[in-house]
Design a protein around this ligand. Sequence first.
Ligand SMILES: Cc1ncc(COP(=O)(O)O)c(C=O)c1O
Length: 363
Amino acid sequence: MVIEYRPVWADVDLDRLWHNVKVAQAHIGKKQIIPVVKANAYGHGVIEVMTWLYEKGIRYCAVVMLQEALELRAAFPDLGILIMGSVRPQDLEICSRHQFDISIYHKPLLDAAKAFNGPLKCHLKVDTGMARYGFVETADILDAAKTLMTSPHIEWTGIFSHFATADEDEQFVYRQIKRFVEVLTQLPELPPMIHLANSAGTFRFEPDIPMTTHVRLGLSLYGCVNMPDPKPPVRQVTRLRGAISQIKLLKQGECLGYGQSYCAGQDEIIALVPIGYADGIRRAYRDHQVAINGRIYPMVGAICMDALFIKIDDSVSLDDVVDIYGDVVTMDDAALHLDTTAYEIMTAISLRVPRRYVKGDSR
Ligand SMILES: Cc1ncc(COP(=O)(O)O)c(C=O)c1O
């Protein structure tokens, strides 16, 4: 991708990323943050994000799959990397070789780890209600913990669980906390890392989640939080921007784009931006808004694969830059319009969009 020839780009503000780390750290006191950098750091660029966090002193992170862990390992030989998702028994050798922490979440993997002939770092995954990965029954959890404690080639590095409703149902969150604590108190010993909360869980329920040592943060580090007010003062890290490629007049009664689905009620000025659904702006995003020079303008017509239309006024010129998502129309606003979450908005920005790494005022 030749960045300078694509007049559409995502500004990723690393200062904001660090600001968000500090906001979270202030909230959790002595507990530590595990940055979640799966899915290419939620679309922000995993190597660039991790390079910045590493420079700032962070030495541990979480991804969801082996492929992501390997990409990070190639760039960071001494970084602690937890693979939170599934690992196949045949991949234990490569996990061992690269010193990844893996999640032991069911009996077949526990048995494979026990039988494995080499050092392994393991976090025990407990299912406290999410019903995704993890051991459910107390007897199975205690049994798995015993295996991890007593197998000489295994280093028991952590135990964790995951909230299902951190951004909504408070009662279910408390049930999960209660269950996790119940499990922890029955264990004869505890590993060094104990973690449960994601972003919404952290900002809504920490520092009152007992016995935990770490939180796993993704969304909030990237500046969005899907939780009721009061929201923490995190700042959206990415601004998705585009130049205007054409300005045209749409005369009253004329229609535009695929399906001719938008027709001008009067003479209107239309700007084209060369970004479309192949860049991650879903077709369903039509009829929402963008910002130009801090002012809001409506999108009109169908979103094309490589372009979208904006109804502008005569104060806008070809030299202006359009903020598709920024501080005026945020990713949270976009998520609301699409009846989805900011997770989907940020991870959808495709690799065709060049990322520009900026720091604060330099953008
Ligand atoms: C197991 C696990 N932990 C932590 C996170 C981070 O969650 P959030 O992005 O809400 O902080 C995720 C993200 O989906 C996850 O799957």
